[in-house]
Design a protein around this ligand. Structure first.
Ligand SMILES: [Ca+2]
Ligand SMILES: [Ca+2]
Length: 396
């Protein structure tokens, strides 16, 4: 368990935050102190609720804004919104979420978007029912029937062309959050999708639903025949692993090529998992956290047949965005796992030995960090979660 005290022989350090008083027309760069020395934090752009980003082979950056806009950032400029983005159901945790680039983008120009989609036909007089386990932060006015969806399209200049929906959450549900929403391509070309439980709990254990799952599909939306439930009656063939709550981070390990994810716990109990085919990660049967109304959830060790997390947090960090650092700019960070922290307002750096977390460093940024990627030059790019969110560039 990661706590604010000593752990694994490592000291959890909360970085001092220093702002350089440089009089300038643009926002002054900031410097944060880390275990590896001072890190410069530059603001490259301001965006409205940025959520996901992906680097194109030519170095340009695609960035989403949750209200439904996709933009390109390059050479110090943010583009106008890219055309052809599907209509998104922007409300609460929903909207335009992650973006990913096809591994063969140089040849096919394909870009993938995860977003929340309203149902074509809305039920009349439908009302969501407050499940006390979700806690008091519940929007009882949100009665829109919706679900997560993944679309892909060919980036052609300033627009996406031939946009097709290749995957959907089933079933769509009224209201609530927990769309999940991260996309990651495995080296074999399969697309992993993290699908949240829509704050409905039990679907995470139901093989007839793809809520609360990690999903694996081919890039055109078809089902890989080696998926664990591809030939099981009554199970959805797109499921890779089950028992997940709200995974907002996914990345492929650079050496083992395995998928790593993190997921938001309920009241405490954020987790890191390395999802394997067909395995059950426990939600909502077990969690090292508990429900928001204080009712207990048995901890992971009470059910050893459900895969325990590789690491967990009490109190939470609220993880969003995940990247393995493999660049050359931050020499001490090579092989580290970088996690964006929302409530923790930090970039969290974990050092690893195989699949064991050896130490944690919290680099305090005083902003909710929504996504993290490594730039081609080895800088670390972050998105911050706010109406006036930022694209930040971190360099030594
Ligand atoms: Ca779990
Ligand atoms: Ca518990």
């Amino acid at each position: 368990m990661v706590t604010n005290r000593l752990r694994c022989g490592g000291v959890v350090s909360f970085s001092l935050f220093v702002s350089l008083a440089v009089p300038s027309a643009r926002a002054a760069d900031e410097v944060v102190q880390t275990k590896s020395g001072p890190v410069k934090v530059e603001r490259l752009a301001t965006l409205v609720e940025p959520w996901g980003m992906a680097v194109l082979p030519d170095g340009r950056l695609l960035v989403t804004e949750k209200p439904g806009r996709l933009r390109l950032y390059s050479e110090g400029r943010l583009s106008e919104p890219i055309g052809g983005v599907p209509a998104v159901a922007y409300r609460g945790q929903g909207g335009l979420l992650d973006v990913e680039v096809d591994p063969a983008f140089a040849r096919n120009g394909l870009v993938y978007l995860y977003y929340s989609e309203a149902a074509e036909s809305q039920p009349k007089d439908a009302r969501d029912v407050h499940d006390p386990r979700t806690g008091p932060d519940f929007d009882k006015e949100d009665n829109l029937l919706k679900g997560g969806a993944v679309a892909r399209g060919r980036l052609d200049g300033t627009a996406l062309r031939d946009v097709q929906v290749i995957w959907r959450q089933v079933p769509k549900t009224i209201g609530r959050g927990h769309f999940g929403g991260r996309l990651a391509f495995a080296p074999d070309g399969k697309l992993f999708i993290t699908s949240g439980d829509r704050q409905r709990f039990d679907p995470a254990q139901d093989l007839a639903s793809n809520l609360g799952k990690v999903v694996r599909i081919d890039p055109d939306g078809s089902i890989p025949q080696d998926n664990p439930f591809a030939k099981k009656d009554g199970a959805r063939p797109d499921i890779w692993s089950l028992g997940h709550r709200n995974p907002l981070g996914a990345a492929i390990h650079p050496t083992t090529k395995a998928l790593w994810i993190h997921e938001m716990g309920p009241w405490h109990g954020d987790e890191i998992n390395v999802p394997e085919a067909g395995k059950n990660y426990g939600w909502p049967i077990v969690s090292n956290g508990d429900n928001y109304d204080g009712t207990p959830i048995p901890d992971h060790p009470t059910r050893p047949e459900l895969v325990a997390p590789l690491e967990y947090w009490r109190p939470v960090i609220s993880p969003s965005g995940l990247a393995f650092y493999a660049g050359g700019l931050f020499k001490d960070w090579r092989g580290s796992l970088l996690i964006g922290g929302l409530s923790s307002e930090a970039l969290i750096r974990l050092t690893l030995e195989g699949n064991v977390v050896k130490s944690e460093e919290r680099i305090g940024l005083r902003r909710r960090v929504r996504d993290v990627v490594e730039a081609p030059d080895g800088a670390v790019l972050l998105l911050t979660d706010a109406k006036d969110g930022e694209l930040l560039r971190l360099t030594p």
